[in-house]
Structure formats: C-alpha cells, structure tokens
Design a binder for this molecule. Structure first.
Ligand SMILES: Nc1nc2c(ncn2[C@@H]2O[C@H](COP(=O)(O)OP(=O)(O)OP(=O)(O)O)[C@@H](O)[C@H]2O)c(=O)[nH]1
Ligand SMILES: [Mg+2]
Length: 464
C-alpha cells in the first residue's frame, strides 16, 4: 500500500526496535480501538481500560488461553495527546527476538494490522500533529551518521526550519495584501500609493536563498564524501590512514609498494561522514599486479570529492608528483597537498607557493600525529565550499525535496521583484507571489501531492 493511501484510525502494530537480543523490545500500537484490543491480550484489562493518557501499566501479555507470553510495561496514550494523535500504546517486553515476535503475533491475532513503512509518522502528519518538515527530520535523526548531522536534524525536528518558512510566508502574505490594496484602489492616494513595500520581497528572497544554499552542506552531512589518500610509494599514505582512524588498520613499512590494493574505512571529518581510502602508491612498475593497483588509485582519485596528496617534506616534489597535480589542476578533482614527514630533519614544510593543481597545502607528520586537525579542517572546508560562516546556527534544509520547492519559490520571488521594480502591472507580481506561496505550502505539507508524500513516508522504517 502506498503511504498516501494508508487508512487512518484502524488499529496497527509494528515492532519498533531491532530484532536482536537486547534488554528490551518495543511494540508500537495505534488506532481508535488499540487500547481495548490490547486489553484482550493483557493480564490486567481493567487497569488498562481505566489508565489515563501518559501513564504506565504493568502486566503480562497473555495467549488466548491465558498462558503468559512475557511481562510488559505498557505506556498508554489517549487521543489526541499521542504521537499519532490517536489512542496508542508502546508495549515494552524483554528484548529477545522470540519474545518480541510472540507478543507481536499475539497482537496481530487480536485484530491489529501490520503497519506499513512510516505509517505512524504518516498518521501524525495526517492528524496535524506534525508538519512534513518535522516528519522528515525524524527520518533524518534515525539515519544520521555523525553527531553534527544528528544535531542539525534535531533542530529541524524542534521546528526551526518550519518557523523560518512561516516567517517568509508571512512576509509574502504582507506583500500580497498590500498589492491587493493597490489593485483595488489604484487612484486612492491615501490608502493605495506606497502601501506595497517592495523591500519585503527582497527580504523574503534573501532568506529563501540562504535556505536553498544550505542544502549543499546538509547533503554532505547525510550522504557523506569520498576522500582518497594518494601519493608516491613510501609517502606515508598508510601511516596517515591509520593516524586519521586512530587505529592500526593498514600495513606500514619502508618497502616501496607495500599497499597493493585500496582499503576503505569510515571517518568523521568535522561532522561530514567520510569514506576514507588508502591506495597503492604511484610509481613506474613492471609488476602487473602493482600496475593494476595504481590504475585503481587513479580511478578512485577521479571519483573523489577530495584527494589528499602526500609528498615527503624532506624531498619536495618531483616530476611524477607534478604530473599527478597537473591532472587535478585540469579540473579532475579537488586536491590538498599534505607535506608529510615534517618531523624529519631537513623537512621544509609548506615551501614557497602553492603548486598549481593544489587547492591547499598542509604540513603533517603521520608518524607523530601533528597537523592532522588542520588537514581535516582543510578537507572539510573544501568539501563545504567555504562560505559556511555562522551557517551552523541558521536553519537549514533536510532533503532534496525541500530544496526543489525552495528553489522554485526563489525563482518566483526573483521574478516578482523584477516585475515590481520595472513597473509591471501589479497582477503579474501578485501571480508570482502566489506561486511562491504554493511552493512554501508544499514544503511544510499543507498542500503536498500524493506522489511526494509517498516518496517521503516510504523512506521510513516500519514502526516509525
Ligand atoms: N619520519 C617519518 N616517517 C614516516 C612518516 N609517515 C610515514 N613514515 C614512514 O614512511 C615509510 C612508509 O610509510 P607508509 O605509510 O607505508 O607509506 P605508503 O605511502 O603507504 O607506502 P606504499 O604503501 O608503499 O605506497 C614507513 O617506514 C613509515 O614509518 C612521518 O610522518 N614521519
Ligand atoms: Mg601504503
């Protein structure tokens, strides 16, 4: 069933926790008759029936024959004060998969239907308990891969983005009302002339443009980035890989060509979830396996969001290094030059100017662990494209769907602004404002098409 076709109010059940051995497992129930159906499987039906909302009832889940399945704590919610806005319960049993499944099957036999993906969140949305932005934020929190990603999603769940959209909508509504007056009383000096403050459109547009541009960084927080360590053999790639992971993961040795095939691990670069790759060192080789490894390094680099190119700070760059930097300079990939082995005698970190092809240079010592924070910050800055000053406190978008609507609203407002400034008839301006308002209503879910609702809620897990 498509989420937009989910019926409302019928009793649904879902296992809300992972089916693995754990201390506790939670089964979620919602629907008009959910509490009376649950009573039929519960050792203390009267206590459950009389329990007020937001209270806990202790008892046992029973088979139809009255056999005990497991001891349970039931959190009771009464409409409309529940997540879904309906009567609802969260049944906490012991977290053995067999126990949780047995209790769940008991509820299905008692008359609950298996909930679909995101059906609880859909009900919350349909019953006006949450807007679409906050519903999406729940999914983002569950999927967050770093603390920063989680914190941004939590702010959206708290409503900062919804409030910002409402603020912009109110600005546009004020413009529209003023225009209506100008259209109605074009000749009336007292009420008409000057009623419409053209700067309001500019203010709304600027706020929406900030939101639209926030998505690039947010998308990185959600999707992550690919960072590839490259460089000649013995430059210290595997050492840096281990130092960044704080783990003795890759083999390090002074034998040239130690790493023959790439390896991958996940890391957190200033809140960006990163897939970090250690690769085979670049050199001329007659060994066909090593040559294949080097080919793979080049392929990985070409598909990277950032390449960290290591060079020995005591040796400087040779022709082979410069050839690789040249590839990056041709627009192949953004590259940071990491001058490694800065601890060595004779090392001259950050010598002279930045070689062409490198977006930045950082001095590090993989062995001593120095310069790593600078390197990570430099890579994160490059990934985020700079210009993120103060961005961490501003409301930001949480999905591509939201970006599409905000971008369309921006276009409409820019058009309205142009029309207003070049003295077009007010009706034309009004029409553009109307388009912008429609797109804003679609973002929060006031007027969102079924296809979009399906796309949003089918991305949820069952039980959410
Ligand atoms: N002094 C010093 N030595 C380092 C540093 N980083 C790596 N080395 C040494 O350089 C040698 C090569 O290090 P690796 O990390 O294996 O180099 P690699 O780039 O992975 O080499 P390949 O896998 O052969 O391409 C080892 O002996 C390391 O101990 C550093 O910051 N300072
Ligand atoms: Mg290596």
């Amino acid at each position: 069933m498509k989420p937009s076709e989910y019926p409302l109010g019928d009793p649904v059940a879902a296992i809300a926790t992972a089916l693995v051995p754990a201390a506790l497992g939670v089964i979620r129930l919602s629907g008009d008759s959910s509490l009376s159906l649950l009573s039929a499987c519960f050792s203390r039906p009267q206590a459950l029936a009389e329990a007020p909302g937001h209270s806990l009832v202790h008892g046992w889940i029973l088979t139809p024959e009255g056999e005990r399945i497991d001891e349970a704590m039931v959190a009771v919610y009464r409409a409309p004060r529940s997540f879904t806005g309906e009567d609802a319960a969260e049944v906490t049993v012991h977290g053995g998969p067999a126990t949780v499944l047995a209790a769940y099957r008991r509820f299905l036999a008692a008359g609950f239907r298996e909930a679909g993906r995101g059906e609880f969140a859909f009900r919350a949305f349909a019953n006006g308990k949450t807007d679409l932005l906050k519903a999406e934020a729940i999914r983002e929190i569950i999927g967050a891969r770093t603390e920063t990603g989680m914190a941004h999603a939590a702010r959206r769940l708290g409503g900062d983005l919804s409030a910002e959209i409402r603020r912009v909508r109110d600005l546009i509504l004020r413009c529209r009302a003023a225009i209506a007056v100008e259209i109605e009383y074009p000749e009336d000096e007292e009420t008409g002339s000057g009623a419409f403050d053209r700067e309001l459109i500019g203010e709304a547009l600027a706020a929406l443009e900030l939101l639209r541009d926030s998505w690039a960084a947010e998308r990185l927080l959600q999707d992550g980035a690919r960072v590839v360590l490259a460089g000649k053999t013995n430059a210290g790639k595997s050492s840096l890989f281990n130092a960044l992971l704080k783990e003795d993961r890759a083999i390090v040795s002074d034998v040239h060509g130690t790493t023959r095939d790439w390896i991958e691990a996940t890391a957190d670069f200033s809140g960006i979830p990163v897939r970090l790759f250690d690769t085979a060192g670049l050199r001329e080789t007659g060994d066909s396996i090593e040559a294949e490894g080097i080919l793979r390094t080049r392929t990985l680099a070409a598909g990277a969001d950032v390449v960290i190119y290591l060079a020995d700070a005591a040796q400087g760059l040779d022709g082979e290094d410069l050839a690789f930097l040249e590839e990056a300079g041709k627009g192949g990939f953004p590259l940071i030059l990491a001058w490694n082995k800065c601890d060595r005698e004779g090392a001259t970190p950050l010598p002279g100017e930045l070689p062409p092809g490198a977006a930045a240079a950082v001095a590090v010592s993989a062995r001593r662990g120095t310069g790593l924070a600078d390197l990570v910050a430099s890579a994160a800055g490059l990934l985020l494209g700079g210009g993120t000053e103060g961005a961490e406190r501003r409301p930001s978008l949480g999905s591509e769907r939201q970006r599409r609507d905000v971008a369309a609203a921006c276009e409409a407002l820019a058009h309205a602004q142009e029309a207003a400034l070049s003295g077009f008839p007010m009706d034309a301006v009004e029409e553009d404002l109307e388009t912008a308002l429609e797109r804003l209503a679609s973002i929060t879910g006031e007027t969102t098409g079924a296809d979009i609702l399906d796309a949003v809620f089918s991305g949820f897990c069952v039980g959410k």
